[in-house]
Design a protein around this ligand. Structure first.
Ligand code: FAD
Length: 472
């Protein structure tokens, strides 16, 4: 397609934003501080969520914001780093980052880039194309994103937050009133490798699916994959395509998950109002959804199954692992399996203490276990560790009054799922989640400065009626 089409779309974006430009007045009073500028909002994470949140705030005339990401430009998030599927798992018609502006939708960009026929022919969006869309989105909206900047620690300072960040040039401190953690699917905890694997197998002979994996180096090797989710299958497929000798994918469950609750969740009642339900309802919905897990899409399964050296084993948890010479021996209820390399697709654990950014005050953050006791027989220890968030994704205090700064830290990661539903860390929920978060941030900034605005109103003397005589 020609660049003219994309240029025309970009002109359309600019025009659309002009049509929607109400109210147009920047309004948050600037703060000064001897240590440097104070941002109204800093967003950590320049993936799809961080970009869309920034755009949402810019539309509400918050100019004094900053997005940071530790990764280089164009490599934010999983899409061109460790995602190993061919296409997104979500349907191509989803919207989200556009925040309701038609010319900013993935479809508008795709058609301008590749043409309408290509859109009609497209099954699902290739992951690299999704990343290209995000790169375009960032550029066309001029999102204030600094790459190569890593948040290492948040230190409360009165009603501000002091952010210690690492850059190539050294350490810096940023000051902000509000902080959004849009740090990704593992952003409320960390990727999980069971201890018995980590302790038994030397580094280099196993990888978590979230890591860089040198698949070409695995050519001719016997690979064991642990996990039932879509990522386990994506990695199995990638390994098979790289020419490994065999892949044995083992899952604890008696069957591969087949039903995808993510597709069920995609309607406005659920997406818009999950967070408004009482605790017991939220718990019951999410407990069931987590039990279902997310199956590999059909094409992902076929991608593996087409290889004769692919086998999957149900009811086959790994019970122990040990090295025998160069071989990795894995004990399962179905006997001992022997591998040369392991790929671990056991997801992530939500636990604030694992996040360096907030670890210093993780004990102050309320989790579901602090606020809610499930009925007998409905427990789930993993869910109980999820943060108990307020209505705008903000952390809440375990002990009231002990850590008031938590109200200014908004967690837009997968860790928000139990409190807020499908919103952070998923494309499907962005349309509602970003709007809710932006509204909450604006509300808090307004309320914090309400005396200033009352004084401002009282001092307001801009005459609209400038003459009480008939013009001569
Ligand atoms: C393999 C995989 C496939 C997925 N496929 C789909 C799919 O098909 N459809 C769907 O709806 N969802 C999918 N998801 C879920 C979700 O959409 C993605 O995880 C998505 O990337 C979430 O966007 P995000 O902006 O919240 O986080 P990310 O895109 O992960 O961005 C977070 C960013 O935060 C940065 N960061 C983290 N910590 C710091 C720090 N301390 N300082 C500075 N920067 C930091 C990271 O560098 C990263 O760039 C998938 C997730 C994975 C992992």
């Amino acid at each position: 397609m020609t660049n003219e089409r994309l240029a025309a779309l970009e002109a359309q974006v600019a025009r659309d934003l002009t049509y929607l430009d109400y109210p147009a007045r920047p309004w948050v009073p600037p703060r000064s501080h001897p240590d440097g500028p104070v941002r109204d909002v800093v967003i950590v994470g320049g993936g799809q969520a961080g970009l869309a949140i920034a755009f949402g705030l810019m539309r509400e005339k918050l100019g004094n914001i900053l997005v940071i990401d530790r990764n280089p430009a164009g490599q934010e998030g999983p899409w061109v780093t460790f995602a190993r599927m061919i296409t997104l798992r979500t349907p191509k018609h989803l919207t989200g980052p556009d925040l309701g502006v038609p010319s900013l939708t993935p479809r508008a960009w795709f058609e301008a880039t590749y043409g309408e026929a290509a859109w009609a022919d497209l099954g699902k969006l290739p992951k690299e194309i999704w990343q290209d869309y995000l790169i375009w989105y960032r550029r066309v909206l001029n999102i204030p994103l600094r790459n190569g900047v890593e948040l290492t620690q948040v230190v409360p300072d009165g009603d501000l937050l002091r952010l210690r960040v690492e850059t190539a040039a050294g350490e810096e401190t940023l000051l902000t009133r509000k902080l959004v953690l849009a740090t990704g699917i593992d952003g409320a905890g960390r990727w999980h490798v069971p201890d018995f694997i980590r302790q038994a197998v030397p580094e280099g002979l196993y990888n978590h699916t979230s890591e860089f994996i040198d698949f070409t180096g695995l050519k001719g090797k016997r690979v064991g994959v642990l996990g039932a989710g879509a990522s386990a299958f994506d990695n199995a497929g990638t390994a098979l395509e790289a020419g490994v000798a065999s892949v044995d994918l083992c899952l604890r469950r008696a069957d591969i998950p087949r039903v995808n609750p993510y597709r069920w969740m995609e309607f406005s009642g659920f997406l818009g109002h999950f967070a408004d339900m009482p605790d017991l309802d939220r718990w019951r919905f999410m407990r069931h959804i987590f039990d279902l897990n997310q199956p590999p899409p059909q094409d992902t399964f076929h991608r593996c199954a087409m290889h004769p050296h692919f086998t999957f084993h149900t009811s086959c948890p790994w019970e122990w692992v040990r090295m025998e010479g160069e071989e990795i021996h894995v004990g399962t209820p179905k006997g001992v399996m022997i591998f040369d390399h392991l790929v671990v697709g056991t997801g992530f654990i939500v636990e604030a203490a694992f996040r360096p950014e907030v670890a210093a005050f993780a004990k102050d953050i309320a989790v579901w276990a602090d606020r809610f006791t499930p009925p007998r027989g409905e427990g789930n220890p993993l869910l109980a560790r999820y943060p108990y968030l307020g209505d705008a994704f903000q952390f809440t205090e375990r002990k009231p009054g002990a850590a008031p700064h938590l109200a200014h830290i908004h967690n837009f990661t997968f860790g928000a799922t139990l409190s807020m539903g499908l919103s952070g860390a998923s494309i499907s929920g962005m349309k509602y989640g970003v709007a809710r978060l932006v509204r909450g941030l604006i509300r808090d900034l307004w309320l914090a400065d309400r005396q200033h605005f009352l004084d401002d109103l009282k001092a307001y003397d801009q005459a609209e009626l400038v003459s009480t005589t008939w013009p001569a």
